[in-house]
Ligand binder design. Sequence first.
Ligand SMILES: [Zn+2]
Length: 462
Amino acid sequence: MNSVPIAFPASPAWSRSPTLSPGPSSAGDEGRSPAGGEGEQPRSPGNANGVPPLPRAGEGQGEGRGEGSTPYHATPVAHLLDGWLNEAVSLGASDLHFEPYPAFYRIRVRIDGVLHELARPPLVLREAIAARLKVLARLDIAEKRLPQDGRLQLRAGGPVPRVVDCRLSTLPTLAGEKVVVRLLPDASQVPALDAVGFEPEQLAAVLHALGRPHGMVLITGPTGSGKTVSLYSLLARLDDGSRNLCTVEDPAEIALPGINQVNLNERAGMTFCNVLPALLRQDPDVLLVGEIRDAATAAIAVRAAQTGHLLLSTLHTNDAPAALVRLADLGVPRWQTASTVHLITAQRLVRRLCQCRLPDMRTASAMAQAGVGDDALSDDRPLWRPGGCASCRQTGYRGRCAVHQVVPVSEAMRELMRVNAGAARLAEQARREGVLSLREAGLRKVRAGLTSLDEVLAATAP
Ligand SMILES: [Zn+2]
């Protein structure tokens, strides 16, 4: 992924009064100073976790980090970290990277899929930063030679205070420990099914498949294409109070009220093969399996979908028709796949244009050169390209939307499966039945002014 310099809002993040706390399993000693040199903070009596309070606006902590009035060395690492984490939340970041290099230290945030530099604290702070983060996630601060992972909770302030669940991982690199904090979405960020970005005919096909009492609905796409959130949108749609909904994930990314969520834990023996039979004894109607990634999972998932359960899951394939072949590669007999899978979607995320968008004056020949034919974009509405303003931090984009290919498995496709047809023939049949490709669905979003041509071309490159 590329790194883009970014202009941040003038108001410092730490004026938004966040607090940090360790993961739910922890209690007690997290307020301890990890590196011994950064200064212990007084505990706030009102803070149940015993976590140091954050500096408020006007306390003089960290204003103008590095360039401005208060130098880094005058601010405790715990306060600096609170500021960076809170700033990441308020920017809507999905990940925060703490990266030591031989000559410098860099903190970057991923926003809408792209990394941006957030700060460059002095390299000398690298161990204190890693140690403090490890304390917050209840990791072993003495272990610096092996990767570790844990969880922590970030209490973000602002107009609507909320708790952000985070996953933290460390990795020993040549220049020291690199730490990545993943900010997990919460239930409020799961969109309703009609806001997921399906085209009208795609939504109709999805609703039809969800109306079936059993069988399988699959979402495909690469890592980071938003499959999990879409899967949860499908699940939320099915949650009308009359069904028993269960998920098995490794691990669950979003906690949803009203849904029985189970985490796999290979080390403790909680494997998919152990958990699923137990779940099936619990009278489920709908099962969500985080990902079908091996033959054992595929076999059990198909069996569950054939015995009166609706099963939702994801697969790593480039497009939807390839998922049928992928299941065969995982050892599921083709006739079984053909009779079990009702619908497959593929998806990609594209960045949404900010309101500062500008007309895209590209000529028809430039479009043709980019591989976009006249038929795809031939109406009189203008296309748009990114502009740049303060609210999108000069990137031209704010937020993302999903682009989908939705393939209902037809009788003709089932027949092709039974005669061992490959992915290309299945894709050809889907086209014949009027299924939009990912690019065609993306170009509709371009025409609607939601995103830019370049975004869709990049996200749907073959
Ligand atoms: Zn803008």
